[in-house]
Design a protein around this ligand. Structure first.
Ligand code: FES
Length: 250
């Protein structure tokens, strides 16, 4: 316990129970912690020792599962990657911005799940091939084109950071479009036309105003803002080909 007393922080946590509260409120917990702890450790201390009613999501504690996204001092962060030593003695923790609160730090994420599914985030093979024909081979250069976008862990921090998603909830958003781009760039995939119908639209990539906040907060350095700009360029080339050079195949 002496180690735990190395530092005392005041953890101000947004609380909201829709069954008993008319509006969200803040509750402050005094948490003894190690400087090496992350915010998730402090929340777990509260849950285990101070207040078992506190609700939040987490699983892996290693920035892989993507479930512990929340606002830490106003910035979208993974609680398991937000180190206490990077903050002062007062830390404010709130649910992810731009999502409805389900309870305390837990948000309702159905909107993102629906949008992600709509871009068909899976390989649609160019051609049917029997298993006996062997694997679909790919060169290192072909893999490099999309590998970065495979690192997305669906944590939704990019949606919490995106001012456009906050203003226009219909916006398909950074992670869903990046994931569509990931498969569109895959040399084994033949589903681009199907995805373009969803992403090359007003609610899709053209709603993005390239603020770039999504890439700044991405804990896996996926750079969704870069992916969206590439989709814009490719979609513009599609338009020119279709209208000015209809004889050229996409
Ligand atoms: S607990 Fe899995 S990403 Fe934080």
């Amino acid at each position: 316990m002496s180690e735990l007393q190395k530092r005392q922080i005041q953890l101000e946590v947004l609380r909201y129970n829709p069954e008993t509260d008319t509006a969200p409120r803040y509750q402050t917990y005094s948490v003894p912690c190690l400087n090496e702890w992350v915010v998730l450790d402090a929340l777990n201390y509260v849950k285990d020792h101070l207040d078992p009613t506190l609700s939040y999501r987490w699983s892996c504690h290693m920035a892989v599962c993507g479930s512990c996204g929340m606002m830490v001092n106003g910035e979208p962060k993974l609680a398991c990657k937000a180190f206490i030593h990077e903050y002062g003695d007062q830390i404010k923790v709130e649910p992810m911005a731009n999502f409805p609160i389900e309870r305390d730090l837990v948000t309702t994420v159905e909107d993102f799940i629906t949008k992600l599914a709509s871009v068909k985030p899976y390989l649609i093979p160019k051609s049917d091939q029997p298993v006996s024909a062997g694997e679909f081979k790919q060169t290192p250069a072909e893999l490099k084109k999309f590998k970065q976008y495979t690192l997305c862990i669906n944590c939704m921090l990019c949606y919490a950071a995106c001012p456009q998603y906050g203003l226009v909830p219909e916006f398909l958003g950074p992670a869903a479009i990046s994931m569509a781009h990931r498969y569109n760039q895959d040399s084994r995939d033949g589903g681009r036309d199907q995805r373009q119908e969803v992403i090359a639209t007003d609610e899709g990539v053209w709603e993005c105003s390239f603020v770039g906040a999504c890439s700044e907060v991405c804990p896996k350095h996926v750079d969704p803002a870069g992916a969206l700009q590439q989709v814009k360029v490719a979609s513009t080339i599609d338009w020119y080909k279709e209208h000015l050079m209809p004889w050229v195949k996409k």
